[in-house]
Design a protein around this ligand. Structure first.
Ligand SMILES: [Zn+2]
Length: 432
C-alpha cells in the first residue's frame, strides 16, 4: 500500500493519519480502521482522548511525515546499470544504491534518471554520443512496459502527482552534459520530445559551447552564442537548465541568458567544501533570486571537508589495482568502467572515513539560512558515485533524511518542500 493514495483521497483527515501508521504491510489496516469509523460516529470522550493523543504522535512521526511528502530525487545514474548490466530493478539488488524495492521502502515517489554520456568513452558529440544517450533513454522509457505495476513515465509535475497518487514510482530523465545534442539546436527539441526534462550543458569535459568545472579550458569558457541559443531553446521548450558541473563563467552566462528558473540537480556548498563542483553563496543567491532550486547531492567528496583530498590520495595508492581490473575485463568500454568502479568502491569502503547524513543536512541548512527553505532540494547521485553516506547509503535510507531535518527544527511543510515540493514548483514554472 502506498500512502499517497490515502493522502489524495482524504487530505489530512483523521482516518488517513491512522492508516498511515501502517508502514510495512496490510496487517494493521483492519485494526486501525476501526477508530476512524468511531470518529465518524459518536465517540465516547475516552475514545476521543486516546484518538487525539495518537493523532498527535502520528503527526510528529518522521516516517509518517516522510510518506506524506512527495519525494523527488533529481539525479541517479542507475540508467547506465540498466543498460550495461541489464539489471532487473524489480527485485532487491545486493549491490548499488537503487532498485524499485528499496525506492519504495525509502518512500521515494519520483526519480530523475541521468542520461549520461561519458565523453572519454562515447565522444563529446557525433553519432557515438547520440546513440549512447538514446540507448539510455530507451531503457528508461521501457520501465513502465517492463514493470507496469511499479513504474510510470512522467514529464510534468502533474504527472508526478498523479503517479504518486496511484501508488507508483515516476520515472523522469535529465541529460547530464550536452554532448549528445551534437552541437545542433534541433536536437534539444528531439530529446525534449523523447521525454528529457533537464540538461546540464557540460559534465566533466567542456563542450565547444559551454565550460566544465572540471577541466582547464572550463576555467575561462562560458557560453558562446550557440550555447546561449541552447539555453533559450530549453526555455522555450520547458526543459530545465541544470548548472551542476558547469564552470563558473558558464554558470553566470546561464544566469544572464535564461528567462526561466534554473536548477542545480546535484551540487553542494563551497561555503562548507570549497571545490569547483560546488556552488558559492553568490551562485546560490542568484538561483534563488530567479526562483530556481539547489538540490544537494549525497556524495561525501563534496559534503565533508577534507574527504576529497583523502580520496585523491587513495586513488593514487590504488591506481594499479584499478588499471589491472580494467585490463582483465574483456567486455565493452562501459564494462571496463564498471570493473574500475567496482575496485574503487571496495577500496574506498576499506580506506576512507564514513560521513554521516548530518553533514548533508549542514549543506541543506546553509542554503535554507542563506536564501530560504523554498530553494533547496535533493539529488542523490546514487549509482554515480563509489561512496555514499553511512546512514544514507542507498535510496532505502531516505527516511533518515526526514528524521534529521525534523530533529534540526524543520517542520512538516519545510520537509515537504525540501523533499520535492520546491522541484514541483520549478517544473511548473519552467513548463508554463
Ligand atoms: Zn554528475
Amino acid at each position: 500500500m502506498h500512502s499517497k493514495i490515502l493522502k489524495i483521497a482524504n487530505g489530512d483527515s483523521f482516518p488517513v493519519r491512522w492508516l498511515k501508521c501502517e508502514l510495512g504491510g496490510f496487517g494493521l489496516v483492519v485494526t486501525i480502521l476501526l477508530p476512524s469509523i468511531f470518529t465518524n460516529c459518536r465517540m465516547t470522550q475516552k475514545t476521543k482522548a486516546v484518538a487525539d493523543r495518537k493523532e498527535t504522535s502520528q503527526a510528529n512521526d518522521p516516517i509518517v511525515i516522510h510518506r506524506r511528502a512527495i519525494a523527488i530525487d533529481m539525479h541517479a545514474d542507475t540508467t547506465q546499470r540498466l543498460l550495461d548490466e541489464q539489471l532487473d530493478i524489480s527485485r532487491r539488488l545486493s549491490d548499488g544504491h537503487f532498485d524499485s524495492v528499496r525506492a519504495r521502502e525509502g518512500g521515494l515517489d519520483a526519480q530523475f534518471f541521468s542520461i549520461w554520456v561519458e565523453p572519454e568513452l562515447f565522444g563529446g558529440g557525433g553519432a557515438g554520443a547520440m546513440k549512447r544517450a538514446e540507448d539510455q533513454i530507451a531503457v528508461v522509457r521501457a520501465l513502465p512496459d517492463r514493470y507496469p505495476e511499479t513504474w510510470d513515465l512522467a514529464t510534468t509535475s502533474a504527472d508526478i502527482r498523479r503517479i504518486a497518487a496511484a501508488g507508483k514510482l515516476a520515472a523522469l530523465m535529465g541529460l547530464e552534459g550536452g554532448y549528445a545534442i551534437d552541437e545542433r539546436l534541433e536536437n534539444v527539441q528531439r530529446y525534449h520530445q523523447m521525454g528529457v526534462r533537464y540538461m546540464s550543458p557540460a559534465w566533466s569535459v567542456s563542450t565547444s559551447w559551454a565550460g566544465s568545472s572540471n577541466d582547464e579550458v572550463g576555467q575561462t569558457r562560458g557560453l558562446n552564442n550557440f550555447g546561449k541559443s541552447v539555453i533559450r531553446e530549453m526555455n522555450r521548450l520547458g526543459m530545465m537548465v541544470d548548472v551542476s558541473h558547469v564552470s563558473d563563467k558558464t554558470f553566470w552566462d546561464i544566469i544572464n541568458t535564461s528567462s526561466k528558473p534554473i536548477i542545480a540537480t546535484h551540487s553542494g556548498c563551497r561555503a562548507i567544501v570549497n571545490v569547483p563542483r560546488n556552488l558559492d553563496d553568490e551562485m546560490i543567491r542568484a538561483i534563488a533570486k530567479g526562483g530556481g532550486v539547489v538540490c544537494v547531492l549525497f556524495y561525501p567528496a563534496f559534503l565533508e571537508p577534507g574527504w576529497d583530498d583523502k580520496k585523491k590520495r587513495v586513488d593514487a595508492e590504488i591506481a594499479s589495482l584499478v588499471q589491472k581490473a580494467s585490463e582483465e575485463e574483456s567486455g565493452s568500454i562501459a564494462h571496463k568502467r564498471i570493473a574500475r568502479d567496482r575496485v574503487r568502491r571496495e577500496e574506498y569502503a576499506k580506506r576512507l572515513p564514513r560521513t554521516s547524513l548530518s553533514r548533508l543536512v549542514d549543506h541543506i541548512d546553509h542554503i535554507a539560512k542563506l536564501v530560504g527553505v523554498d530553494y533547496v532540494g535533493v539529488g542523490s547521485d546514487f549509482d554515480g558515485v563509489q561512496s555514499t553516506l553511512s546512514d544514507l547509503a542507498t535510496v532505502e535510507d531516505l527516511p533518515n533524511l526526514t528524521r534529521e531535518l525534523l530533529r534540526r527544527g524543520y517542520n512538516e511543510s519545510n520537509v515537504e518542500k525540501i523533499l520535492g515540493g520546491n522541484v514541483l514548483r520549478v517544473m511548473e514554472e519552467v513548463q508554463k
